[in-house]
Design a protein around this ligand. Structure first.
Ligand SMILES: Cc1cc2nc3c(=O)[nH]c(=O)nc-3n(C[C@H](O)[C@H](O)[C@H](O)COP(=O)(O)OP(=O)(O)OC[C@H]3O[C@@H](n4cnc5c(N)ncnc54)[C@H](O)[C@@H]3O)c2cc1C
Length: 453
């Protein structure tokens, strides 16, 4: 039999998911000295995961990794197969028959729940829904957000909450030149949202914003950033935290917020109000959300491990929209072990536990943390583990993804190649140019498929 990793028996790897972790893993494999063939599969006709459908439209520079990913896609041995959902259109078992190993880089596809009464009322949404809607993700394009409401509440204090706050507070003229989906620009043009409350269960020193994103909220045209009447209060443990050299982001965040309280001049007619040490205990309304009940928290525990505990002291905030932005979770795929508690695929350095030939990288491996670049080191670790396991993988030649084409065609699944995606990309850019935008995203799968072919 021919040696694995040679021209006659290339190492065939399927990568499930075309976000950053998938592309970083593909690049590392294709750079190896062996003959490798990578089949990257995504459930959407478009690649790039959250870089396309998560990263905020008004932060175009943060989408630059796409340039690198596009180069990876041109490397010999790389193939893209879009519009194929693993676990639905094709089973994990079927992929294992055609590949020596499968790497799951399918991200964290759903939100964590608040677990409070009223969470499902109309007007209460997840950040995933809102972000997916304004970014033209096909799953969320039909959603409606009642932007005739004047007061919106965002639960959670991380960068996604900051993205949602900017989308709600920026003027539509500022958004028109971004790649925000046209349906969202049209709806936001009529928005009456004036007040945006951002709620955190712990204090200002524990907020998860990065400095640049937080500072930006204080520099918006026509919108002021302020701290609610509780102000910025730091207990002794929080003071220890911000004085630590390793925690300079939190220290800078506190400094940024203090500068707002000192220059409390109102900037325009919109307001972003930060609330600390408060947790939602109930969303109230008859047909739709009208109020949120917040409970004041005390912080307990040592510095860097302070937890929020409710005090029974409650405050009522009238509001017409609630966005929950408290983190993401992975979803299971049949045939792959799943950790229900963490919402990840349980693994050791990327090797999925008790599953020969199955590996994982990115958010579905470690949970939803870090920036795009964090996924590079993460994917490299997984590829190193996989290459170190070669001796234990099946060594027979494998046919690769093309062995599934006829089955997929029989089940009416239209597979989109990278060339197909490039046709969609060119059309999006052409439509965008007509409107002075980088691109006008095509959000309808049927239309994408027709352009791709
Ligand atoms: C709203 C938001 C904004 C963000 N903004 C920034 C930012 O500005 N800067 C920054 O550095 N980071 C940002 N991040 C973080 C960054 O996007 C993530 O670190 C990164 O995308 C995670 O990469 P991933 O490859 O693990 O997952 P993803 O990017 O989520 O990619 C997963 C891919 O898997 C596909 N998939 C899922 N299930 C299946 C299946 N069953 N079959 C086939 N395909 C499947 C999905 O369609 C998707 O393309 C943001 C995250 C969010 C949620």
């Amino acid at each position: 039999m021919h040696t694995l990793g040679t021209e006659l028996n290339p190492l065939r790897i399927a990568i499930v998911g075309s976000g950053p972790s998938g592309f970083y893993a593909a690049e590392e494999l294709l750079k190896s000295s062996m003959a490798v063939s990578v089949d990257m599969i995504d459930r959407l006709p478009s690649p790039f995961g959250l870089v396309r459908s998560g990263v905020a439209p008004d932060h175009p520079k943060l989408k630059m990794p796409i340039v690198v990913f596009d180069k990876v896609a041109q490397m010999p041995g790389f193939s893209f197969h879009g519009n194929v959902t693993v676990g639905q259109d094709i089973s994990v078992e079927a992929l294992q028959k055609t590949h020596h190993a499968v790497i799951f880089t399918c991200g964290a596809q759903t939100d964590r729940k608040l677990g409070v009464p009223g969470e499902a009322l109309a007007g209460s949404h997840t950040a995933t829904e809102f972000v997916g809607w304004y970014n033209g993700h096909p799953d969320y394009r039909h959603l409606n957000f009642d932007l005739s409401q004047e007061v919106a509440v965002i639960i959670g204090q991380g960068n996604v909450a900051a993205d949602v706050a900017r989308a709600l507070s920026k003027s539509v003229d500022e958004l028109r030149t971004t790649d925000m989906a046209e349906h969202a620009i049209e709806a936001l043009a009529k928005s009456r949202v004036r007040e945006i409350h951002i709620i955190g269960r712990r204090g200002p020193a524990q907020a998860k914003f990065t400095n640049k994103e937080l500072k930006e909220l204080g520099e918006l045209t026509g919108c002021s950033a302020e701290i609610n009447s509780g102000g910025i209060v730091l207990n002794d443990e929080s003071l220890v935290e911000i004085e630590s050299k390793t925690n300079f982001i939190a220290a800078k965040n506190v400094e940024i917020m203090r500068s707002w309280t000192q220059n409390a001049a109102t900037n325009g007619n919109k307001r972003i109000v930060f609330h600390f040490q408060q947790s939602p205990v109930k969303l109230v309304g008859t047909d739709r959300v009208q109020q949120i009940i917040l409970e004041k928290n005390n912080l307990k525990g040592p510095a860097f491990d302070q937890q929020a505990y409710g005090t029974d002291e409650q405050e009522i905030l009238n509001c017409g929209l609630v966005f929950r932005s408290i983190g993401y979770r992975g979803v299971p795929i049949p045939g792959v072990p799943f950790d229900e508690k963490k919402g990840t695929f349980p693994n050791s350095a990327g090797r999925i536990n008790n599953a020969r030939g199955l590996y994982t990288a990115g958010w579905i491996k470690r949970g939803p943390s870090g920036i795009i670049g964090t996924n590079r080191a993460d994917a490299l670790e997984t590829v190193a583990t996989l290459l170190g396991d070669l001796e234990s993988l099946e060594r027979d030649p494998k046919p690769g993804f093309s062995a599934h084409f006829s089955t997929l065609e029989n089940s009416k699944v239209k597979v989109v190649s990278y060339q197909g995606w490039q046709r969609i990309d060119a059309e999006e850019r052409r439509r965008g140019e007509l409107k002075g935008k980088p691109r006008e995203k095509i959000t309808d799968i049927a239309e994408m498929l027709s352009i791709a072919s």
